[in-house]
Design a binder for this molecule. Sequence first.
Ligand SMILES: NC(=O)C1=CN([C@@H]2O[C@H](COP(=O)(O)OP(=O)(O)OC[C@H]3O[C@@H](n4cnc5c(N)ncnc54)[C@H](O)[C@@H]3O)[C@@H](O)[C@H]2O)C=CC1
Ligand SMILES: O=C(O)[C@@H]1CCC=N1
Length: 269
Amino acid sequence: MHLTEKRIGFIGTGKMGESLIRGILASHSEITLNASDVYKPALERLNNELGINVSTDNTETIGDSDVVVLAVKPQILKSVLAAIKDSITADKLVISIAAGVPVAAIEDELNEGTRVVRVMPNIAATVAEAASAVCAGTNATDEDMVIALEMFQSIGSAITIPEKLMDAVTGLSGSGPAYIFPVIEALADGAVHEGLDRANAITLAAQTVLGAAKMVLETGMHPGELKDMVTSPAGTTIRAIRTLEESGIRAAFMNAVIESSTRSKELGN
Ligand SMILES: NC(=O)C1=CN([C@@H]2O[C@H](COP(=O)(O)OP(=O)(O)OC[C@H]3O[C@@H](n4cnc5c(N)ncnc54)[C@H](O)[C@@H]3O)[C@@H](O)[C@H]2O)C=CC1
Ligand SMILES: O=C(O)[C@@H]1CCC=N1
């Protein structure tokens, strides 16, 4: 059974729900997507723009779906699960993308034997460049994992991990795009300071980040080795690197990942 044979229902069409919907539709235009939310204008917009089936009734969306993606905030997940419990029948696969919430907490709220997969994607799903990590719940079958991986690999890259590493992944790739957007803005600011116009500065900054990321992924070389390739003796780059190191750039990014991971753990408690 392939992903395209499944009807997928989204509970929550906020920033991440919409991002996943757009990513999945871009790679599987023929797939049946259903979505529900409490906020009607967002549903109407998605229906108008993308033609997906929408409802303000979560149980209707679930009834019409084989795979149910939980895309509501972690803080309300428990109450949403209580309300939809009876509509999650044994034939359905539940995928949760809620930060911090352990599979066990979701299984506890649903009927015994419910098949759950937990995923931490990121917002780059919108442009089919998400970095996702997937782990199986107690009752998830091999086919469930294949379906989940197929879904998240169709909108970027996806790996399988043990659940204990989900908080680390949340700190790195779940939250990560938000660490990089200010970097792009700040790089552009520097060039604007030196006289470049804003639009060109943002284009060059973003393409620089994209190109650097692609080199890491496609060459398989260590990032340090790649950095050395740019850094000529007595050249321009090493002057910049020194000032970044003086500003504590490495500790700043390490601490960002650690803080986000810590918050993810808190959300699970
Ligand atoms: N925003 C991001 O980059 C990422 C978010 N996540 C996770 O995705 C989930 C959603 O996050 P966001 O999309 O950022 O939040 P959001 O606040 O943008 O979206 C949540 C949506 O749920 C809807 N909602 C509220 N109560 C509802 C109910 N009873 N039934 C149906 N829908 C309801 C809201 O109207 C809203 O549209 C969270 O659990 C978050 O941890 C995971 C990875 C990345
Ligand atoms: O900030 C958050 O809590 C969510 C989870 C990962 C990215 N955004």
